[in-house]
Write a protein that binds this ligand. Structure first.
Ligand SMILES: [Cu+2]
Length: 114
């Protein structure tokens, strides 16, 4: 994780995996994207957790990659946690980088509370 200043975490549901090597394939595909620090896919739980830099890669891109590999990633279960956001302008900056409606509503939940 060293070096990523604005690391965000995306948790998403993945459908269509039939064995553990499906999970490994998705992990590999996600980890190969620029801006992805870590990708973990749990076959049994049908879930993926991706640590990424929202300034480099968008949640949209991560989800699209899962779909390009042939699996389903229902966006309604997307949750996003962003570390290191200290003020509203940080939130605005990350939102701008994300540029997706679903991700934005997830960001609202992640906003720092006063
Ligand atoms: Cu498989």
């Amino acid at each position: 994780m060293g070096g990523m200043t604005d690391a965000a975490r995306l948790d998403l549901a993945i459908k269509g995996m039939s064995c553990a090597s499906c999970a490994a394939r998705i992990e590999k595909g996600l980890a190969a994207l620029p801006g992805v620090g870590e990708a973990r896919v749990n076959f049994a739980a049908e879930r993926a957790t991706v640590i990424f830099d929202p300034a480099v890669v968008s949640p949209d891109r991560l989800i699209a990659t899962v779909r390009e590999l042939g699996y389903e990633a229902p966006v309604e279960r997307l949750t996003l946690a962003v570390r290191g956001m200290s003020c509203a302008s940080c939130v605005g900056r990350v939102e701008k980088a994300l540029g997706d409606t679903a991700a934005k509503s997830a960001m609202d939940a992640a906003k720092p509370r006063k």
